[in-house]
Design a protein around this ligand. Structure first.
Ligand code: SF4
Ligand code: MG
Length: 318
């Protein structure tokens, strides 16, 4: 697989109301065709901002997004349409992302008509039938309304809606975390099957390391708007290098432990509005020194294959 994406954000800061609440800085990621790149981190680390920026829902103040070698972050009008079709997003909350007063038929028809105005009613019907079947929703239920379906079924329909326009690249922002635990694995498996059968590429946003281990080809670990480690999934779980990654992995609850499977660290997370100088992790890091408090560490390739942004790793003292 060739290179599908180059995502570079430099000093991207996003405003909601009067307050800059989300910031990502120096995030530089490539997504390879056919892979699932998982972006993992605690809430507020900027992973959803990365997802929304890639999809063009937010504009970075600096940096660029390339798709198949073409810069797409400043496209307008007709030029953006091919990418609107090729790149689809699946959101966390299927209750918010599906209109409960539209039938499933209408929900699925809308994007197909938009992207294929020349299609016949029969082509549209066949496509709707195909995607409903492939997400495990009975195609005979097309005249039912969104509100008649459970959360898991609604997320299947949201996935069908994304698949209906034959995308290449799917950005999924916590697509299973709002669902009942009992159906999370089913929906995750559905996404994996779709990847296999349709040759999809995923940028998969999650806070859940069990999902990453199951689903990810590679993992980018984010903390306070920066990527601190980028590695193959197996490498990351076998030999985590960044102190933050190590803390995340050590916080995974054991099977016999019935705490919820969420990431938790001791200490206070600074706000993205008032970032610490140097390494953003220095206030919580046992290996921090003066250099860490002053100089921002770059993502640097290590012997093990991971790329790690940490002075201690670079200096060989970790
Ligand atoms: Fe810790 Fe310094 Fe590495 Fe940051 S750069 S993770 S503060 S050792
Ligand atoms: Mg989020």
């Amino acid at each position: 697989g060739g290179l599908l994406e180059q995502i570079k954000f430099e000093g991207g800061r996003f405003r909601r109301k009067q307050e800059a609440v989300h910031a990502i800085n120096g995030v530089d990621l490539d997504v390879n065709r056919g892979e699932a790149l998982c972006v993992v981190g605690e809430s507020g680390c900027g992973k959803s901002t990365v997802a929304r920026t890639v999809m063009g829902l937010l504009s970075p103040s600096a940096g660029e997004i390339e798709y198949d070698g073409n810069r797409i972050d400043h496209l307008e009008g007709k030029d953006v349409l091919p990418y609107r079709r090729k790149m689809q997003m699946i959101f966390q909350n299927p209750y918010a992302s599906l209109n409960p007063r539209m039938t499933i038929q209408q929900t699925l028809e809308e994007p197909i008509r938009f992207h294929h105005p020349d299609w016949s009613p029969m082509q549209i019907r066949d496509k709707i039938h195909e995607v409903m079947h492939s997400v495990g929703i009975d195609p005979d239920w097309g005249s039912r309304f969104g509100h008649e379906f459970s959360g898991g079924q609604r997320q299947r329909i949201a996935i069908a809606r994304a698949l209906a326009v034959d995308p290449e690249f799917i950005v999924a922002d916590e697509p299973i975390s709002a669902l009942d635990v009992s159906i999370q694995a089913q929906v995750l498996n559905l996404l994996m099957d779709a990847q296999e059968s349709r040759g999809l590429t995923y940028l998969f946003i999650t806070h859940d390391l069990a999902v990453v281990e199951h689903f990810g080809t590679r993992v980018a670990v984010m903390y306070l708007g920066r990527v601190c480690e980028l590695a193959d999934t197996q490498t990351l779980f076998a030999t985590p290098r960044h102190p933050y990654t190590q803390a995340l992995l050590s916080a995974i609850p054991k099977l016999e432990d019935d705490r919820p499977n969420h990431i938790r660290l001791q200490g206070e997370v600074p706000t993205p509005v008032n970032l610490p100088s140097g390494c953003v992790f220095h206030g919580r890091c046992p290996y921090a020194n003066d250099r860490c408090r002053q100089e921002i560490p770059e993502l640097i390739a290590t012997d093990g294959g991971a790329r790690v942004a940490c002075h201690a790793v670079e200096e060989g003292r970790l």
